[in-house]
Design a protein around this ligand. Structure first.
Ligand SMILES: Nc1ncnc2c1ncn2[C@@H]1O[C@H](COP(=O)(O)OP(=O)(O)O)[C@@H](O)[C@H]1O
Ligand SMILES: [Mg+2]
Length: 319
């Protein structure tokens, strides 16, 4: 649904994007993760034909972002970081106005507005001016506004930034509903947990370049810091377990307060080794858990690798 190849964007001497590729399949959520200034909004603006790329090509729903901007725009819904709801109109009138601009008749426009107000929990506030809305209500109205035309592809640029936890949950549910109904969503965020929960695939951007891409699970496996946590009934057992595990070539870290030991595991064979070694020593495990690395760990490790290579590039340049 979204295909981009080698997208670059320069603003004078600033390189906002450099060689960005993207593939987003129909009916999925793709997360675009990156720090402030990474280039997320620039990429969204290019894919929604609001600005032209300096390099590369992209299509959305089969339409070229440079050659077919009008037809492309008719396929998409866009909620920006700074969205375009009219503050001086009521929530309902905003939605009706947009529906009319998209060519709906008067009655049809009212019906669509009411339908959206209902599904976004805005029925009670529908008659109030948009400028009196709370942050969370406003964000839901922005989302509703972007969906009036039932777009096939929806771009959500940091839809939850600055929202409280309850309002974030609301937005997450809206995203899930959209995808269930067949839409394709490109979601940008600075929040890892959000991308982890919502997206099937993600791209990590930093300073305009792709650091990594794949499913959250694939990225976690790349970093590969899985750990096994074994808990015992008694501290005495824990003290026996430490040397037993070290003796099997593992690197156990004991936690006496929790009567547990944490062991980094590379492959599932390591897990078998843990279980066998402890069993051979006659120890009873009361609990065994294998934890995947979090997306936070993935992100931090990618960022530190990027910082190191930037450092060595600079060192090369100085030589
Ligand atoms: N219109 C513009 N003119 C000049 N520089 C810009 C413009 N828009 C974005 N930039 C620069 O491009 C980079 C990427 O910005 P942006 O895409 O907004 O990042 P993000 O959305 O990830 O925070 C930043 O360095 C930003 O300052
Ligand atoms: Mg942005």
């Amino acid at each position: 649904m979204i295909v981009a190849r080698g997208i670059g964007k320069r603003y004078g001497s600033v390189t906002a994007l450099d060689g960005v590729d993207l593939d987003v399949h129909q009916g999925s959520v793709h997360g675009l993760l990156g720090h402030n200034g990474a280039g997320k909004t620039t990429l969204v603006r290019i894919l929604t034909a609001q600005t032209r790329p300096s390099a590369g090509r992209a299509t959305v729903s089969g339409f070229d972002v440079v050659d077919q901007p009008e037809r492309l725009r008719r396929k998409i819904g866009l909620t920006g970081q700074f969205a375009s709801v009219d503050e001086q109109l009521s929530g309902r009138d905003n939605l009706i106005l947009i529906a009319r601009l998209l060519g709906a008749g008067r009655r049809q426009a009212r019906a669509r507005a009411d339908e959206l107000l209902e599904s976004f929990g805005l029925v009670d506030a529908a008659g109030r001016l948009a400028r009196t809305f709370s942050g969370g209500m406003r964000r839901r109205l922005d989302l509703a506004a972007s969906l009036v035309g039932r777009p096939a592809v929806v771009f959500l640029d940091e839809p939850t930034t600055g929202l409280d936890p309850a309002a974030r949950l609301n937005v997450w549910q809206i995203v899930r509903d959209l995808v269930r109904d067949g839409a394709t969503v490109l979601l940008t965020s600075q929040y890892l947990d959000e991308i982890d929960r919502l997206s099937e695939s993600l791209t990590v951007l930093s300073d305009g370049r792709i650091l990594a891409a794949g499913s959250p699970m694939e990225l976690k496996h790349q970093v590969g810091r899985r750990t096994a946590v074994v808990r015992f009934e008694a501290v005495a057992d824990l003290k026996v377990a430490g040397p037993v595990l070290s003796g099997s070539g593992l690197r156990p870290a004991l936690d006496e307060a929790r009567t547990s030991v944490t062991v980094p595991v590379e492959t599932s064979r390591d897990i078998a080794t843990i279980v066998r070694a402890l069993d051979d020593a006659g120890l009873e495990l009361s609990e065994l858990q294998v934890a995947e690395p979090t997306l936070d760990e993935v992100y931090l490790s990618l960022m530190s690798a990027a910082a190191q290579s930037a450092g060595s590039e600079r060192a090369e340049a100085v030589k």
